[in-house]
Design a protein around this ligand. Structure first.
Ligand SMILES: Nc1ncnc2c1ncn2[C@@H]1O[C@H](COP(=O)(O)OP(=O)(O)OP(=O)(O)O)[C@@H](O)[C@H]1O
Ligand SMILES: [Mg+2]
Length: 246
């Protein structure tokens, strides 16, 4: 079997006395789409942030594409550009146009020539369905459009993997659909993705695997079909009962 792209091996993390990641073992294959679900406070965001080294951890190891996570400096900057991350808040630069938001990383970090960066940015904006917004500013776009810009901006760095942390939870329902469609397409192109979401339709449709977290632990891992129809643990049953009751 090909070497996995991301491997977490026995990762532990505390915030003070709180043990937020408990001996996490997780391998993500190239091209695999892993959806992480679980109750609030179970450690999903911390898991994502640890993979991107926005958080430190105390023990265990994390490798990306066979290389251990760098601690600092240039190697860390390179890692950050290999790992795209899309959060609930879009964090676009308010005083830059959409096009400039998408070209900024490639120009500054990757040192791509301007014309090339702009052409690629336009292609990506087209891919996420908002090419006609290129000259506007973030505040002139809807939340769903801004989130699609944030996805294009991450993709402009040619990441090896994309992490999504509840990318649609701040959006109105009609905008959720358009963002999930972009993510589904991205999954179909073979992008490796870790997605924290409460969108169970997306999980069923796009995930290769569902990882269920509770209290800092990975409690269950299964295909979406298995997980949603036949959850094994009481914690997963309880969680699914609550969200599906909505
Ligand atoms: N910077 C921090 N300092 C202290 N505690 C933190 C910090 N960040 C998170 N925590 C705690 O760590 C635990 C895990 O938080 P995390 O944000 O990873 O959960 P989550 O599964 O993403 O939850 P949610 O579904 O609400 O986003 C929670 O108990 C949280 O309060
Ligand atoms: Mg979270």
């Amino acid at each position: 079997m090909a070497e996995p792209l991301v491997v977490l091996d026995g990762v532990n993390k505390h915030f003070g006395d709180l043990h937020v990641l408990k001996d996490i073992n997780l391998s993500v294959a190239r091209g695999e789409v892993v959806v992480v679900i679980g109750p609030s406070g179970s450690g999903k965001s911390t898991l994502c942030r640890t993979i991107n080294r926005l958080e430190t951890y105390e023990s265990g190891s994390i490798t990306i594409d066979g290389e251990p996570l760098p601690e600092e400096g240039k190697a860390l900057a390179r890692l950050r550009s290999d790992v795209g991350m899309v959060f609930q808040a879009f964090n676009l630069f308010a005083h830059k146009t959409i096009l400039d938001n998408v070209t900024l990383g490639p120009l500054k970090v990757r040192r791509v020539p301007k014309a090339q960066a702009q052409q690629r940015a336009r292609e990506l904006l087209e891919r996420v369905g908002i090419e006609e917004q290129a000259g506007k500013y973030p505040a002139q776009l809807s939340g769903g459009q801004q989130q699609r810009v944030a996805i294009a901006r991450s993709l402009a760095m040619d990441p090896k993997i994309m992490l999504f942390d509840e990318p649609t939870s701040a959006l109105d329902p009609e905008m959720i659909t358009e963002v999930l469609e972009v993510m589904t397409q991205l999954a179909q192109t073979g992008m490796t993705m870790i997605v924290v979401t409460h969108e169970m339709g997306f999980a069923r449709r796009a995930a290769d695997r569902v990882v269920f977290m509770s209290d800092g632990e990975i409690v269950e891992e299964a295909t979406p079909e298995e997980f949603f129809t036949n959850p094994r643990s009481d914690r997963a049953k309880d969680f699914l009962g609550k969200i599906l009751a909505h």
